[in-house]
Write a protein that binds this ligand. Structure first.
Ligand SMILES: Cc1cc2nc3c(=O)[nH]c(=O)nc-3n(C[C@H](O)[C@H](O)[C@H](O)COP(=O)(O)OP(=O)(O)OC[C@H]3O[C@@H](n4cnc5c(N)ncnc54)[C@H](O)[C@@H]3O)c2cc1C
Length: 338
């Protein structure tokens, strides 16, 4: 079923006023097969949309079909002595799923608490936070190939997960709709509090041996104190990825800028803090009209009022250009442009 001229205001966290020329709400995989049979996808430009928390619409009119994933349901696939395997429909809320699993005492998701969006979008950029990534709890996923309607299972290796990326963001971009994700969670959780801010927060609370609940509560508390709430201030979290540079370039930069922030990445490379780069080019807290970067979180592009998608994009591109000119580093967008 397709509707015409549907507002996407509720379905993008930048707070943009956008209308889709065609819109289809998917609650069941069968509806995807109908779209393929009717050849709609070959005729119309299309966008697969979950919660819209990682998308920037450039224009106020999306001239194409928005396929809005709203399928619900969770089932326990199997259980072993140590693990549970759970299948979750793509349209389920990620953070609600995490809360449910944490409440049951299952381990693996707690560091990923309170990330906005849907379960089906989580593998797209291999969501990550506080020292954990989706790939650490991922078992497999089911997706429908829009080119031929085939249902395909992807295991972890086939998803080609990397830092804020997967095969669905690169080689197979826009070709598959993820319908279900299967997770492998631990019945005897192994707590990971190596991430500095998380470790510090638990220490300050006097919690020496945290449970999954403690970790989740700490992550939620840190996130609430640091990140702007999209309901108050339109944003999509980090706009750029942290760039990975060769050690030699990092050392050169370090000589010139001793306070540069970088972390060890794969052998011979450093991950540079994109927030630091933006701050150093004076874009932290800078606004042009209603579009700008957050004054406390330099990496977060913010709609301070009625900015348009293009105004937000232009601000982001100006900051990107400033980083190129000052450091010779090209920032890559984490957010998807529609
Ligand atoms: C305040 C805030 C904080 C955030 N913090 C984090 C964080 O800590 N870590 C992190 O990794 N991300 C973070 N994000 C980004 C975002 O929450 C994640 O990327 C999330 O997974 C996006 O989910 P979504 O359902 O909103 O996806 P959408 O924004 O709707 O879509 C994102 C991309 O996935 C594709 N897509 C969506 N669903 C499907 C599907 N079922 N099948 C195929 N393709 C699909 C879309 O086409 C699009 O390319 C944050 C965002 C906000 C607003």
């Amino acid at each position: 079923m397709m509707d015409r001229y549907v507002s996407l205001d509720e379905y993008n966290t930048f707070g943009l006023h956008v209308t889709a020329s065609y819109y289809s709400k998917i609650t069941d995989a069968g509806e995807i097969f109908d779209l393929i049979k009717e050849s709609v996808l070959t005729e119309e430009k299309h966008l697969i949309l979950g919660g819209g928390s990682n998308v920037l619409f450039l224009d106020d009119f999306y001239n194409g079909l928005v396929i809005h994933i709203n399928s619900k349901g969770k089932i326990l696939l199997r259980e072993t002595v140590n693990d549970v395997y759970i299948r979750v429909a793509a349209g389920e809320s990620w953070s609600d799923f995490v809360v449910e699993m944490v409440n049951q005492g299952y381990g693996g998701l707690e560091n990923l608490s309170m990330i906005p969006g849907t379960v089906g979008a989580a593998p797209i950029q291999n969501i990550g936070a506080y020292g954990t990534e989706l790939k650490d709890v991922f078992y497999q996923l089911t997706a429908i190939d829009l080119s031929n309607g085939e249902k395909v299972l992807f295991n972890r290796a086939e998803c080609e997960f990397g830092y804020r990326t997967s095969v669905f963001k690169t080689r197979l971009k826009d070709r598959f709709i993820i319908t279900h994700v299967d997770f492998k969670l631990k019945k005897h959780p192994v707590i990971n509090v190596n991430y500095g801010a998380l470790h510090q927060h638990l220490y300050e609370k006097g919690i020496a041996n945290p449970t999954v609940n403690d970790v989740s509560n700490s992550v939620i508390s840190i996130r609430k104190s640091k990140l702007p709430d999209p309901a108050q201030l339109g944003n999509a979290g980090s706009f750029f990825k942290n760039p990975v540079v060769h050690n030699l370039l990092f050392q050169d930069l370090q000589r010139e800028f001793p306070d540069i922030v970088g972390y060890n990445d794969m052998k011979g490379f450093k991950k540079v803090s994109a927030a630091w780069l933006i701050e150093k080019t004076q874009w932290k807290g800078k606004r042009i009209g209603n579009a700008g970067f957050h004054d406390k979180q330099a990496l977060i592009l913010v709609n301070y009022g009625n900015a348009t998608g293009r105004e937000l994009f232009q601000v982001a591109m100006q900051a990107k250009q400033a980083v190129i000119e000052n450091f010779g580093i090209e920032l890559e967008m984490e957010v998807n442009i529609a």
